[in-house]
Design a protein around this ligand. Sequence first.
Ligand SMILES: NC(=O)c1ccc[n+]([C@@H]2O[C@H](COP(=O)([O-])OP(=O)(O)OC[C@H]3O[C@@H](n4cnc5c(N)ncnc54)[C@H](O)[C@@H]3O)[C@@H](O)[C@H]2O)c1
Length: 423
Amino acid sequence: MQRIPVAIIGCGGMGTRHLFGLAELERAGLNPFDLVAVCDVDPERAERLADEAERRLGRRPTPGTDLAEAQRLGAAAVDITTVPQFHHSLAAEAIGLGLDVMVEKPVGLTIAAGQQLAQAIDGSDRILSVAENFRRDPMNRLVKALIDGGVLGEPRYFHQSSGGGGNLMAISVWRHMKNESGILFDAGTHYTDMMEYYLGPVESVYAQMRLFEKIRYNPAATGGAPASNPSGVYGQSQAGMPAEFEATAEDALYAMVNFASGAIGQYAENRAEHGRDSWARSVHGSAGAVEIPKDRSGQALVLTLDRTRTYTGTEILPLVPDYELDDATAALFGGPRAAAYGLDFETVDRLLLAVEYAEFGSAINTRSKPEVGLEEGMRAIALCYAMMESGAAGGTIVSVEDVLNGSVSAYQASIDAVLGTEA
Ligand SMILES: NC(=O)c1ccc[n+]([C@@H]2O[C@H](COP(=O)([O-])OP(=O)(O)OC[C@H]3O[C@@H](n4cnc5c(N)ncnc54)[C@H](O)[C@@H]3O)[C@@H](O)[C@H]2O)c1
């Protein structure tokens, strides 16, 4: 089959990590794409990514600056990995140009931004895939099989609590700026996608939200070790960021979540934690509970049934006869029924991004809807903003539907004013 000419738009950290994913797919003999262009508003970044692509894929894509140029260079599809504030408008522009699109999460920086994209795609036959990688982790596929197969009984309770970061910069300055996507939204849209992936739609939420650390510090600016540098791709840009700056985005969110099924969730995300970094996620049902390792950690699930019988790793497999990974995931993660895979973060990160590309390629070739499209992407941002809208209002109960249809949007209003997406 002919390869699909694709361009990466946004050559920062995630653009680089997406290239690593494409290279994994190439190595596995599963790459349906030909990377023809890499574009960034900063031409130096595009040049650097083109060099890296040549090293990893054996062919140098042409560096460029924008979407239209990517199309002139032959791209039929684009992978948008820019900062979040441009996702909706770039995806809409690409669809207008007749390109198929994969866009990093969040699909829009606000609901109104996402709605503008929805209008642009209405009636179009172009593919829109939202690059949501966490649910593609085989361990999350296995959790889903446990829930759907009834092994946990009737799901009753979801719990997630994570903390870390203290007063240090989380990867980049924009992750602390409300109008550019604070860290609660940046990380939170992954987690809200996970909640609905596991347990179905959420109806309403109640939350408290705080901005604890008003000044953030970036040790990389003064020659120190970067505070957080996933997959090792952010060091150079962090060195050029300020050593300290004022944060405008909140950094802690504590929520109660009501699923339509009747299950309840508790969610705590504290990015200003001065104790040890912490992580806990579990799903509890009428027959048992599963403890779930951090996404991309490569660790095994721990399942307990009837309070006493504990299963982990391959011991879980006989309980889920229907558990079967898709072909690309199976090829990359060591088989169709992977139960634990013990790989480091960098490797898992690359492999999951490879899986995303494989699915995008298959959606293009078969003209089928990707697993995470506009609807799922919009629900993930709506649930995250429902918690933040509630927290900003001091803890009122907020319906996800009201956020999704734009009738609750007070917290997002200042972001929409900057984006130019106000109603
Ligand atoms: N799925 C994941 O695990 C994951 C991890 C990290 C980041 N992300 C997402 O990826 C996106 C990018 O994050 P990042 O960490 O790479 O940020 P980054 O700041 O490292 O890189 C963003 C790049 O976009 C470029 N850019 C900005 N506006 C542009 C435009 N209009 N056209 C072309 N290029 C433009 C910037 O110059 C920069 O090089 C964010 O939406 C983030 O949420 C996802």
